[in-house]
Every structure is written in C-alpha cells, then in structure tokens.
Write a protein that binds this ligand. Structure first.
Ligand code: NAD
Length: 427
C-alpha cells in the first residue's frame, strides 16, 4: 500500500525506532514486518543512524568470496557483495582459467584526481588563464592546507590546469590535480576546491560557482591483462567467438552498455563489500568509456599459439582508507580478507576482477549461451521467492530448470506437491 500523504514534519529528528513505527503506521506494516526490519545484523542501528539520514533499518546482502585470483604473482581471496546470481561463480572460474595462463598482470597509475572550480562572469578568459597559472604555486599551497596528512607525505595538490569549456562563454574551469594517496579522495578534494575559491575569484575577477571533485578520473586508471589458454576454454571456436563478441561491443553502443555492465558486475561487488563509492565508480567507468564514442572497456586478441588475450583499461577512484571504509566492521573484515595494502593494489585487483567477469560472460555467450548457467542460479532465487525453505531450494530449482519454466507460480505449485499438496509457505 502506498502512503496517501508523504509529508512528515521532523522525520529526521525521530530515533530509528520512532521512524520505523511512523512508517509502519503510515503504510500498514504488520508486526512481523516491523520485527524483520528491527533485525539489523552486525551493523547496529546506532551505527547505521550515524552514517546516513532517516534510517529505519539495515539491509543485508550475500557476502561471498571469489577464490583463485592471482594478480602480479600474488594470490587473493576476493570478497564480493552482490545479490545477482552467477557473478561470483563466473568470476572465480575465470580467475582459475587465467591462473593457468600465469594469472593477471596489472598496473595502476598514481592516484591523481581532478577537483573542478567553475568561475563565471570572467571579464576575459584568456587574461584569467595567464593570471591563474602565474599564481599556481600560491594556489597549490593554499589547497594543501586542507590536508596535513597528504602534505606531510608529499602528496596533495600537485598541479593545476585552466580549461575553457566550449559553449560556456565568460567562464573558465580550474582543475586542481590532486594526489589523494590511499583514499577515494572526494572530501579532501572538495575541501581544497572550496579553500582556493576566494583566491581564484580575486585573481580572475569572476565569481566561483561550483567547487567539487570530478568523478571522471582519466589520470587514475588501472590496466590488466591475462592469457586464457584455448584448450581450457573450448578451443579456437570459442576464442574467435569471444573476439567477435568484443568487436560487436566496440561497434555497437547497445551491446557495449551490456558488455560494460558485466565488467561492473564484478567491480561493483568488490566495491560494495569494501564499502567504496560504487556510484562514483559507475559514473567514472561509463564516462571514460564514452570518451571519443562509447565503447568497451576491455579488448581481446589472439596470441601466436591461438590463446585468447584479454585486457582492460578502467578508471578507478577507490580507497583503502577514509569515507565509510573504516566505519563498518564487515567492510573492514572484507578488506582484511582481500589483503590489498594500498589503493593502487586495490585498483589492480579490481581491474583484474572486471576483466575476469567480462571474459566469463563473453565465453558463456560465445559457447553455451548465458542462460544455461545463469538460469539454474536464477531458479534458486525464484524458489526462495516462492517460499522454499533452505533444504527445499535445490530440489525446487532443479525441477524448474528441467521443466524449462522458471516462474514463481510454478515454484509454488512444485512446493505444494513436495509438501504433499499442503497450502505451502508462500508468505
Ligand atoms: P575522507 O574524507 O575520509 O578522507 C580521507 C582521510 O584519510 C583524510 O582525513 C586523510 O588525511 C586520511 N588518510 C590517512 N592515511 C591516508 C593515506 N594513506 N592516504 C590518503 N588519506 C589518508 O575520505 P575521502 O576519500 O576524501 O572521501 C570519500 C567519501 O566521500 C566516500 O564516502 C564518498 O562516498 C564520499 N563522497 C563522494 C562524492 C562523489 O562525488 N563521488 C562526493 C562527496 C562525498
């Protein structure tokens, strides 16, 4: 039931328990539903209430581990938090195959990000450019007062650029180039941009409008490649099928969107597990893919022995410190399982995961088709949705797949049969 009037005065001032009661009353939640929302797992409601606003509960999702990853000669167990079936299985399997070819080789650039300061009402952008560049050291020094931690380690604001954006007359955009070390960097860059704004106004004679980090990070990019031996993946036909599937994504935006979505299936799951900003990662990856026309973030070729070579180039603004990465105990434990000691190592693993995921999807598409493997996992979700208890799930899913009819209504019928024609547990 939708609420009739969503205006609630002072909702944010209530405690989580009071908010939940209010919502329950307004939409008619049952006592059982309220009790379910009151179960918050390892993240106490008081922690959740400190992280974001208007909290009423927490939401769990499966936390899995993908084994088999070897990146730059080092082994990793990769934590993945995701609700979509088959991602973890595909990723683990692809990592096992890549391992046979020597594992992933990866490289992440220095963690350089942009902060953007938009200056409007600039009397003469050409004059402003020269004046800003002439005061570069002063502006960078001021920016670096925002973080003693970065400054003391030789990181922080390193450079600045002045851009004119076509179509924006009377404006310049100052890009601060900031080395954020092992953080994602959003807050520190935003602070720097705000700090330099008055000086930039003084220098340009314009008015600063926006002061915010840029989520497109072409300077903060990770690269990885791996060899997938042809005899392990179904031979020449599958190798060629994968290359053709990739070429399709290079040429067709409709295919490229799905292709890149698959890459992010893997990357996002690790980002969620480690509580990194996956919305930023999504925006970043797709904006990067769109530079010069939207295309695949991976590439495929065939080596002289007929093996498949896959590679990826993906911008990754990810951190092992800062933000909420340290505020939630399970995210901290996930980081411990992964064992990446700095942000660049994390970026190397993420690029490898993205490549693994993409290879697995293309191989399945080029070989047996995606549905066979995917649907049997999907059938388990359907069985759970139909009310199957954990011991019943596999049997119901097997019947659904065998019959080729994977629907909740059929799963309910099967459950009824299995339970001797009873009414079923379909709540
Ligand atoms: P943060 O604000 O926690 O800053 C990082 C902190 O870690 C700093 O205080 C820094 O001094 C300290 N630090 C200690 N050791 C460090 C090391 N080795 N390297 C780097 N820093 C070190 O975190 P952040 O990364 O600046 O911001 C990330 C958060 O900002 C995320 O939660 C994100 O969701 C959020 N955010 C994102 C956007 C966006 O547009 N993507 C915008 C605003 C906020």
């Amino acid at each position: 039931m939708a609420v009739r009037d969503s205006r609630i005065s002072g909702f944010f001032r209530l405690t989580p328990v009071e908010r939940l009661r209010k919502v329950a009353e307004l939409v008619g939640l049952t006592e059982q539903e309220v009790a379910t929302l009151q179960m918050t797992g390892s993240m106490g409601i008081d922690v959740a209430d400190k992280l974001v606003e208007n909290v009423i509960s927490t939401l769990e999702m499966p936390l899995s581990v993908a084994p088999n990853f070897r990146v730059n000669g080092k082994d990793y167990l990769v934590p993945m938090a995701i609700e979509e079936p088959s991602v973890v299985a595909a990723c683990s399997n692809a990592a096992r195959i890549a391992r046979e070819g020597g594992g992933f080789r990866a490289y992440a650039t220095e963690p350089l990000m942009y902060g953007q300061v938009q200056v409007i009402g600039v009397p003469d952008p050409n004059v402003a450019r020269v004046e800003i560049l002439s005061r570069k050291s002063e502006i960078l020094e001021l920016a670096n007062t925002a973080s003693q931690t970065l400054k003391s380690r030789g990181a922080g604001a390193r450079d600045l650029q002045v851009r004119e954006v076509p179509g924006l007359e009377g404006q310049v955009v100052v890009h601060l180039v900031v080395d954020v070390m092992d953080a994602m960097g959003a807050n520190v860059i935003n602070t720097m941009c705000e700090r330099v704004a008055p000086l930039i106004e003084e220098v340009t004679g314009g008015r600063v409008n926006l002061r915010i980090l840029g989520n497109l990070t072409p300077l903060r990019t990770a690269y990885a490649w791996a060899r997938f031996r042809k005899e392990l993946i179904g031979g020449e036909e599958v190798v060629n099928g994968v290359v053709e599937a990739w070429r399709f994504a290079q040429m067709d935006i409709f295919r490229a969107a799905t292709h890149n979505k698959g890459i992010m299936n893997g990357i996002d799951a690790v980002l969620v597990a480690t509580l990194n900003d996956w919305r930023a990662a999504e925006a970043n990856a797709h904006a990067y893919a769109a530079i010069g026309g939207y295309r695949s973030l991976t590439r495929y070729s065939v080596d002289s022995n007929g093996n498949l070579i896959g590679s990826i180039e993906v911008p990754l603004a990810v951190g092992v410190v800062g933000g909420t990465t340290g505020a939630v105990e399970k995210a901290r434990i996930a980081r411990k399982i992964l064992g990446a000691s700095d942000a660049r190592e994390l970026a190397c693993i993420l690029a490898s995961v993205g490549l693994a995921q993409n290879f697995a999807a293309l191989r399945a598409l080029a070989d047996e088709g995606i549905q066979r493997g995917h649907m049997s996992l999907h059938a388990r979700n359907v069985a759970v949705t139909a009310g199957a208890s954990p011991p019943e799930v596999d049997a119901v899913a097997k019947r659904l797949v065998e019959e080729g009819r994977i629907s909740v209504s059929r799963a309910r019928e099967i459950l009824q049969e299995m339970r001797g024609g009873g009414s079923g547990n379909n709540k």
